[in-house]
Ligand binder design. Sequence first.
Ligand code: G3I
Length: 372
Amino acid sequence: MTVKKIYALAFCTLLMFCGCKAKEDNSGARPKGPTDTEEPGAPETPTDKPLKEAATYPVGSALTPGLLRNDQQYADIVKREMNSVTAENEMKMVALSSARGTYTFDKADEIVAFAADNGMRVHGHVLVWYREDALPGWVKTFAGDRDAWIAMLEEYIRDVMTHFKGKVASWDVVNEAFNDDGTWRTDCVWYQNIGQDYMDIAFAAARSADPEAILFYNDYGTEYSEAKRNAIAVEIEAMKFRGVPVQGVGLQMHISRHTTKNNLAASLRAAAETGLLVHVSELDVAINDINNPDPNLAYTQTLANEQKAAYKALFEAYKETVPAPQQFGVTFWGVDDNHSWLTNYPDWPLPFDRNYEPKPAYEGIQEALGGI
Ligand code: G3I
């Protein structure tokens, strides 16, 4: 054997050793099996890359300030994986304003400060929403004619956006204006007291409050309702025609393990065809049936793999359907299974489990992102 061959052999052996070592090291980050670490099929994490690096667009989570403050593991996972944040509740009207002209920004500011400290984008959620539990009492009892309602809405948007100017990059200006059948939602104080053009008025107020902020219309259900996605697309086109400064469509994507890639793509395509930015703004994948939940459901490997497939389909469809310049990002509605709005029955909707370990869902996302 020549000296050259001996060196080559030694080099190959070294490479093989390093390869095995790298594989061993990776196994330290294996997602745990659903209920039992002995369960078959617990996959290996395919990459060490955090989501924010594996993706070519921002990846975010909806956050809760109390957890950021008191739960180091929660904060660490956000720092490691995310480069965009949304306040799950702290920028809603009920959280910000207890009386007309009176504001409490402390908790929202905590999220903004966390994002600034860690170089993350902040997406604002939400300026105008009909939901009773997101409206302060003073709005529900507000007495005044149409002009008074418009003035109150414009004042609120101006005050809030001025406070966050330069810190919050984008806003859900209006959330959930449509019913699933594509008609305007009328169980909405803004619709009832101002009329359909509360939408135009809100966007115009937002634009004049912060000329730099990127302004979104946000809604859910466009993956299962063709009527709803068509109605939103028609309204966005009409708004553009009227010169209303809408710049993006937010698709909440509270989906289930049964949601098909075709439906996801149809929703994303309708939004992309507006030519505006497209934000998957509140992503989670329910395992239980949200309409008929099983109170005794257990988390099995089969269910975990179905959820993985749905997460993977969403990220693939986003890449395949939304042109890169329109990809505003993907935001999860939470971080881990222990802290989710889906709390009334058993569910495991997020990519990290209760111990902050990545789940099969996380691996599906990585596979779709090509981060392997
Ligand atoms: O913080 C109070 C707590 O002090 C009190 O003891 C407790 C008793 O009910 O309520 C707590 O507030 C709740 C809050 O979540 C924090 O947990 C509110 O009642 C409850 O209404 C609120 O629900 C939020 C819901 O929006 C309504 O604002 C969910 O957390 C939040 O995940 C959900 O998010 C929405 C998006 O904004 C829009 N798209 C749909 C999505 C899911 O519904």
